[in-house]
Design a protein around this ligand. Structure first.
Ligand code: NAD
Length: 265
């Protein structure tokens, strides 16, 4: 499978290039960056700290989509929306790791998924996807005497909050409880909030240093707590999951898939 990496000079982009070149069955098909990037024209391999790949960073995303089988996108929401359109127009499978998409951008992803296979996940690590499955199961098992809180911490550069993974855990907990997350989510608490509402799913966000991504789903009653925690120590876990998802799209019909579909969880 020939794999293209959009946003190849980003933190995840470089890690993805490193991962593609060492993965059996994967061939690096080139990388793109935003037109204003000083990295345009540089060798994608060298940018990722590897030997020269002979593939120069391009700002022509369309030509990249045309020459690869699947594109992996860990960029910014507006770029991801453009890339979804390109995936549909060129018939190229798309793997989306970008988080923080608004409803209009998400609708473009869904439109693309009617034409090509799209795997979208707020977190591509095996461990977090297991955590999501466990969170859904625990939420379905424990009654509403257990308050659900989702705690996350990320590095100081992260721009969206709560993290896409925290929201994904909230979705999993809400699904387990048979409720809609947007009816019960408490994403911010500040000032005189009054007592906690029974059935709410709360979120708390911490930011600092170089933390790759910590998430805990907490189930807290009067007298006992169940805490499910995942800690990512390297971005490599996300890159390995995304490349695995890219290879998995081969032969899949069009549709919007999650990492839980890819892993069969
Ligand atoms: P980053 O800022 O280091 O990288 C983003 C890159 O995208 C930059 O190099 C930027 O120039 C590039 N970009 C912006 N517009 C572009 C365009 N139009 N075309 C091509 N490239 C463009 O950020 P990062 O830490 O690598 O994270 C990127 C995204 O991935 C964020 O939304 C983050 O939350 C998400 N993320 C998801 C997972 C997951 O497992 N799903 C894991 C880590 C990060």
């Amino acid at each position: 499978m020939k794999i293209g990496i959009v946003g190849c000079a980003g933190r995840m982009g470089r890690m993805l290039v490193q991962t593609v070149v060492v993965t059996d069955g994967a061939e690096f098909g080139g990388g793109s960056e935003t037109a204003s990037s000083p990295m345009i024209g540089q060798d994608c391999g060298e940018l990722a700290g590897l030997m020269p790949s002979g593939q120069m960073v391009t700002d022509d995303a369309r030509s990249l989509f045309e020459r690869v089988d699947v594109v992996i996108d860990f960029t910014i929401p507006s770029a991801t929306a453009d890339h979804a359109r390109l995936a549909a127009e060129t018939g190229t499978a798309l793997i989306i790791g970008t988080t923080g998409l608004d409803a209009t951008q998400q609708a473009l992803i869904e439109a693309a998924a009617a034409r090509v296979p799209v795997v979208q996940a707020p977190n591509f690590s095996l461990g977090v996807n297991l955590l999501m499955a466990l969170t859904e199961k625990v939420a379905a098992t424990l009654n509403a005497d257990f308050d659900i809180e989702i705690l996350e911490m990320h590095h100081r550069h992260k721009v969206d909050a709560p993290s896409g993974t925290a929201l994904g855990l909230g979705q999993a907990a809400a699904k387990g409880r048979g409720v809609a997350l947007d009816q019960v989510a408490q994403k911010v608490r500040d000032g005189h909030t009054g007592p906690r509402k029974k059935g709410d799913i709360g979120f708390a966000t911490l930011r600092g240093g170089d933390v790759v991504g910590d998430h805990t789903a907490m189930f807290v009653s009067e007298g006992e707590s169940v805490l499910l925690t995942h800690q990512a120590r390297s971005r490599a876990v996300f890159a390995r999951g995304a490349v695995h998802a890219a290879l998995w799209t081969k032969g899949q019909p069009a549709g919007l898939y999650s990492m839980r579909d890819v892993l069969g969880l």
